[in-house]
Each structure stands twice: as structure tokens, then as C-alpha cells.
Design a protein around this ligand. Structure first.
Ligand code: NOJ
Length: 445
């Protein structure tokens, strides 16, 4: 039977969360609006008009929730800082109540002997900055650096474990190209501008943390998915390569000093030339102590001439009759293993932490219990795949499950439940799911 001991005694097990998804208290104690506060007010942008104003009310319940992390047996608590809680206007005047709140969260972790791991940016840009262009505008980099310095100076004496940006491809593509996440902008020009500024921000952020915090362990996270060509035809194989550039290589390669992956995709090359991206190659490079990989599913793609630019189309798990989660994401642990190996093959990747992995299912609360065997099975499969990669020599040193409790799943609102703990959003009553108990047993010494 799979056991945490198989991963070694130093292996760090954690649980990941994000400010906008759990905190609530969206207008309390001086917090300024974030793009998710405003985006969710627009008609039809989130399922059933759900918004993050209250979410899990972690802002008021953090003590009980951190105790839950401890109860489940995890060692690391990953959370993010709401930029507009510290800097309501994005830059300038600091909201002391925000600083105090995160000190309380950190102190509560330390009290329970948990390691606090801070994500600086998990998608909730201050609305004030979005109004002046957000991630599309060059000025975002100076604003981001001010925010990073403030966090490093405020919390660096207590927190050593940092992640600069959560899934830059996620917010750049969903928020600036497809318009289905905040701030709801579309088009390639917006997307590529956001990509460039985010690639600079992840490296700048790393440098600031390094300069400000003694003994900091600095990482950043990347979403990743094995890209599988639908058939072995040349067209499908080259379509898969383009998608791989976009979804897997776009942010890690600049961080490693390789620049954008232009060689496999002419559109990127044209962009790089016309937007002088080359000039920033050095600035986009940073020697991260570790990289955070976040994986949920593979993508099967085939060539499609009617899709502009990328000329590729996803063949969904459902139509391939493959097992999938409530999100429609294929359950495929071999692809988890394969993508870990793909990222581990970069010579400059020193250490890997899985900073997110988990699944949403149709949980039913029956007689005070949630029997989510499907989620338990998912974790067993994915952890076994990770162990295989580790045993083959990949330097994986930690794993964080997504996520502590059901929360605001962005455009999906409160309908997609990823938690190990069920949340009743009307009463805020937390109920540990069977998967939570499974983790407790798995992690028990
Ligand atoms: C990626 C994001 O980082 C997180 O915020 C989100 O909830 C999960 N994956 C699940 O979609």
C-alpha cells in the first residue's frame, strides 16, 4: 500500500489555497477591489453570478482553517496575498490592517509548527491597476515590484518559502486572450503583452525576494499538461508541438534564460521580433531554487485549419470516452509522470515541487458525510505516478494538494468542488470529506 514514508522523511506535504478563492471580506478593513471583485459583477461572467465577496470567509475563520490543515496532517500551508488588501490602489498607500491580517495567518501557522508558503500573485490584480492597463501595460512591472518589496520587507523575517506567480499562462490566456477570466480581455495582442510583462515579473520578483530575505527558498509555479497528438500524422504532431510551446514552455524557458520558445512556432517568432522581446531576455531570467508544477490533466490535440493562429483543436476526454472529473478533465496519472519528466529534463531545473494537483467531483453530503472515493482514487493514482518519477531520480521534494476546502473556483463559481473539506457556503460549516480522512491516515507517522 502506498505510504507517505515511501517518499522519504524530508519530503514536504502541503495544501494549497489562494486569497481570492477563500478569504472573502472583499471590502473589509480597507481592502481595495480586485479584478475578480469587479469581473464577477458583470452579467454572465461567472456561473450563476457567483462572486468572491464572502467565499469561505477565511478572513474571519483562519484560525479554525489552519487548525484543519494541522488536523489533516499536512506540514506546509500555501496561501496567497491579496495585493489590493495591502495596497488598495495597487501602489502607494499601504493598508496596515492587511499587513496585520497576514501576520496573524503566518503566526497561526508557526504556532502549529506549519511552514507558511506565500504565493505573491494568484490572479487577483488590484482593479486600480487594471484600469490603467493591468498586465498589458509596461507600468505593471514597477507596480508589481513595489508589492513584492512590501511583502518581502513585511513578512520575510518569518516566511522563507515563496512562490512568485501562480500559473502565469493561466491568467494571461484566460484573462487576456479568451476573456473568460478577469479582466475579461481578448485577442493575441493583449495576450502577448501580458505574457511579456508576466515573464519579466516572475524573474524580477525572484530577484527582489533574494535581495531582501536571508535564506529564502524561492520558486514560481507553472501550469503544465502533457500534450498528446491525436494521431501520429505530421499535422497532428506539429499541432501538438505548437500547443506545447504555448501551454508548457512559454514561461519556464524565459525563466531558465532560454528566451521564448520561438523555434517551434512561427507566430511566436514574429511576435518576438515585432515587440522587441529579445531585449528582455536577461531580465526574464532568474535562478529559481525550485519550480512549482501544477498538473491536473493531459490534452489530446489534433490539427484544425479553421482555428486561427494555433491551428489545433482539443479532443475532449468525454468524446474519447476516457475517465474525467467534473471539470471534464481527463484522469490520467501516466500523463502526470510524463510531464514531470518533461520539465525535469531541463538542465537548469534544480528541484521540483508539485504545488497543485487535485480534482473536482460531484460530492454529496449525506448524513454529515462525503464519500468521495473518486477523489481518493485520483490521489492514489497521481501520487503513485509521482513516486515513480521520484524513484527514477527526479528531484521532487514536495507535493501540495489542491485544495483545503471547497472554494470560489473562478468562472465556475462555487459549483466546482476541489476541497478535501466540504464547505456549506450558506452556513460556512466545514465537513472533512473521506478524502481528507484518507490524507490524514496517509500522512500519519
Ligand atoms: C489552478 C489555479 O491555480 C487554482 O486557482 C484553481 O482553483 C485550480 N487550478 C483548479 O482549477
Amino acid at each position: 500500500m502506498l505510504s507517505a514514508k515511501d517518499f522519504g522523511t524530508d519530503f514536504l506535504w502541503g495544501i494549497a489555497t489562494a486569497a481570492a478563492q477563500i478569504e472573502g471580506a472583499a471590502t473589509s478593513d480597507g481592502k481595495g477591489p480586485s479584478i475578480w471583485d469587479t469581473f464577477s459583477k458583470r452579467t454572465g461572467k461567472t456561473k450563476k453570478g457567483h462572486h468572491p465577496q464572502i467565499a469561505c470567509d477565511f478572513y474571519h475563520r483562519y484560525k479554525d482553517d489552519i487548525l484543519l490543515v494541522k488536523t489533516l496532517g499536512f506540514k506546509v500551508f500555501r496561501f496567497s496575498i491579496s495585493w489590493s488588501r495591502l495596497l488598495p490602489n495597487g501602489t502607494g498607500e499601504v493598508n496596515q490592517a492587511g499587513i496585520t491580517f497576514y501576520h496573524h495567518v503566518i503566526d497561526e501557522c508557526l504556532k502549529h509548527d506549519l511552514i507558511p508558503c506565500i504565493t505573491l500573485y494568484h490572479w487577483d490584480l488590484p482593479e486600480a491597476l487594471s484600469k490603467i492597463g493591468g498586465w498589458k501595460a509596461f507600468g505593471i512591472n514597477a507596480a508589481f515590484n513595489e508589492f513584492v518589496s512590501l511583502c518581502a520587507k513585511s513578512f520575510g523575517n518569518k516566511v522563507k518559502d515563496w512562490l512568485v506567480i501562480n500559473e502565469p499562462f493561466g491568467f494571461a490566456s484566460l484573462g487576456y486572450m479568451l476573456g473568460i477570466h478577469a479582466p475579461g480581455e481578448t485577442g493575441l495582442t493583449n495576450f502577448f503583452a501580458a505574457v511579456q510583462h508576466a515573464a519579466i515579473a516572475q524573474a524580477d520578483g525572484g530577484r527582489i525576494l533574494r535581495a531582501e530575505i536571508k535564506n529564502a527558498k524561492i520558486g514560481t509555479t507553472f501550469s503544465c499538461s502533457e500534450i498528446i497528438p491525436h494521431t501520429q500524422s505530421d499535422l497532428d504532431i506539429t499541432a501538438a508541438k505548437r500547443v506545447d510551446c504555448l501551454m508548457n514552455r512559454l514561461f519556464i524557458e524565459p525563466a531558465l534564460g532560454m528566451g521564448f520558445p520561438t523555434a517551434n512556432w512561427d507566430v511566436l517568432e514574429k511576435f518576438a521580433i515585432s515587440h522587441s522581446t529579445w531585449r528582455h531576455k536577461e531580465r526574464m531570467t532568474f535562478d529559481f531554487d525550485y519550480i512549482g508544477l501544477q498538473n491536473y490533466f493531459p490534452l489530446v490535440v489534433k490539427f484544425n485549419a479553421f482555428i486561427p493562429v494555433i491551428q489545433a483543436w482539443e479532443v475532449k476526454a468525454k468524446s474519447r470516452k476516457k475517465p474525467h472529473t467534473k471539470m471534464g478533465w481527463e484522469i490520467n496519472a501516466d500523463s502526470f509522470y510524463n510531464i514531470i519528466k518533461q520539465f525535469a529534463a531541463y538542465p537548469n531545473v534544480k528541484e521540483i515541487v508539485i504545488t497543485e494537483n487535485g480534482a473536482a467531483f460531484d460530492d454529496k453530503l449525506i448524513n454529515g458525510k462525503i464519500d468521495d472515493q473518486d477523489r481518493i482514487d485520483y490521489f492514489k493514482l497521481y501520487l503513485s505516478a509521482m513516486l515513480k518519477a521520484k524513484n527514477e531520480g527526479v528531484n521532487i521534494t514536495g507535493y501540495m494538494a489542491w485544495t483545503l476546502m471547497d472554494n470560489f473556483e473562478w468562472a465556475e463559481g462555487y459549483e466546482a468542488r476541489f476541497g478535501l473539506v466540504h464547505n456549506d457556503f450558506k452556513t460556512q460549516v466545514r465537513t472533512i470529506k473521506n478524502s481528507g480522512y484518507w490524507w490524514q491516515t496517509f500522512l500519519s507517522p
